[in-house]
Design a binder for this molecule. Structure first.
Ligand code: 5AD
Ligand code: FES
Length: 403
């Protein structure tokens, strides 16, 4: 293999990539497998070389990529790096197998409101999107989603919505308590954004088990570029720490390839996740939505998202990691590929079909026309086709095992 020179997409400097680069990437993957952590520069090395090789950078312009030889060598090098990804995925799959065998947990997602007081620049249900067709599900509608879901084998219900304060704390507690009383063998997960410590405590006491709140980006400067001034990373992180202190199983995560994201930002995400040590980690590619300020920004890539799933699995071996709908939206086999990279959760939609299309955070979201039962059986077939099985289980996080 010839010595190659790739333009470092972030710093603009030339990076020499040769057989030593590949060796070092393997070494770093082994080290992550062994010790579950790497230094910032080591993560950066893995990500830079992965991104340079695939040629589809979600984090910088593809044109920055130069080559001193011909396309055949390019292809060879890309194949080599592809084999590094496969090397990572063999390891990340084996770790997922060690904790969860070939079992895939399902979560029934109930998107109960698309009203939102926030204005994240990337999100289709942001307050300023006047074109969004808003809806709220009633108490009875939410309960009937759970009834349907329970019959289909779901043992976790995720109540997800925009930050909609018209559901008061009492309303939320009423819903949570009703679900837990009717289905005591199920977990209730909330995903309703930033609230006060007191509110989180009330929901927990009403029976909520888990909370999903992606940090979105762990870099304060990047956070500023994705959100208006009144939304801060500091508050987001405080919410995450509050949730953990109260006793929730907590999930966080970020978008891959969100506008202005650099390798350094992703490294900060990884370091924050390591420090926070969440039970669940949700990542998916950024996908533009036509009625947002980021309508013309490029989407994140499949390759980098899968690579990061692999890294996260090695970093937090017992984490619950979904193969997200966004991943399945950018590639027809996105969910299967996510599982083969180390994910162990899928979160199909239980919302009534008449509201599905209205909960569009990004364009072209899949499964917006299917009934819950169709999705459930389609998923089962897909998951069985790659040698995994969906289980009827709450799917709690397993304790960490000795290495
Ligand atoms: N593309 C991909 N993911 C998005 N989210 C919001 N908008 C988008 C988008 N345009 C993600 C955010 C949020 C989660 C519910 O959906 O990370 O936390
Ligand atoms: Fe919804 Fe396949 S998972 S149709």
């Amino acid at each position: 293999m010839g010595l190659k020179i790739y333009m470092n997409t972030i710093t603009g400097t030339n990076v020499k990539t040769d057989v030593n680069t590949l060796k070092r990437m393997k070494y770093l993957i082994d080290k992550l497998y062994e010790y579950h952590k790497l230094e910032a520069d080591e993560f950066a090395f893995l990500l830079e070389n992965h991104t340079a090789s695939t040629g589809v950078s979600s984090i910088a312009d593809k044109k920055n990529y130069t080559d001193d030889e011909n396309n055949t060598n390019d292809k060879n090098y890309t194949d080599e790096i592809e084999s590094i990804s496969q090397y990572l995925f063999e390891k990340s799959r084996s770790v997922a197998q060690k904790y969860y065998s070939n079992k895939i947990y399902i979560r029934g997602l109930i998107e109960f409101t698309n009203y939102c007081r926030n204005d994240c620049y990337y999100c289709g249900i942001r307050r300023s999107n006047k074109k969004a067709d808003r809806y709220r599900l009633s108490f009875d509608e939410i309960l009937s989603c759970c009834d349907k879901g329970y019959a289909l084998g779901f043992r976790t219900f995720v109540l997800q919505g925009g930050e909609d304060l018209s559901y008061s704390d009492d309303d939320m507690c009423h819903i949570i308590y009703a679900i837990k009383s009717k289905y005591p063998d199920c977990a209730v997960t909330l995903s309703i954004g930033e609230r006060s410590y007191e509110s989180y405590l009330k929901y927990y006491k009403a029976g909520a088990d888990r909370y999903l709140l992606r940090h979105e980006t762990a870099s304060p400067t990047h956070y500023r570029l994705l959100h208006p001034k009144n939304q801060t990373l500091a508050n987001r992180k405080q919410c995450l720490y509050n949730l953990k202190e109260i006793g929730y199983q907590v999930g966080t995560g970020f978008m891959v390839g969100s506008p202005y994201q650099t390798t350094r930002d992703i490294v900060e995400d990884l370091l924050f996740i390591k420090e926070f040590n969440p039970h669940m980690i949700g990542i998916g590619p950024f996908i533009p939505h036509k009625d947002t300020p980021f309508f013309n920004k490029p989407a994140g890539t499949l390759e980098l998202t899968l690579f990061l799933i692999g890294i996260l699995r090695l970093m937090v071996p017992n984490a619950l990691i979904p193969a997200t709908t966004a991943l399945a939206t950018i590639h027809p086999q996105g969910r299967e590929k996510g599982i083969l990279a180390g994910a162990n959760v899928v979160m199909p939609n239980l919302s009534p079909v008449h509201v599905r299309k209205k909960y569009t955070l990004y364009d072209n979201k899949i499964c917006t026309g299917e009934e819950a039962a169709e999705c459930r059986f389609c998923l089962q077939k897909r998951i069985e086709s790659i040698g995994y099985e969906i289980v009827v289980d709450r799917g709690d996080c397993k304790p960490i095992l000795p290495s």
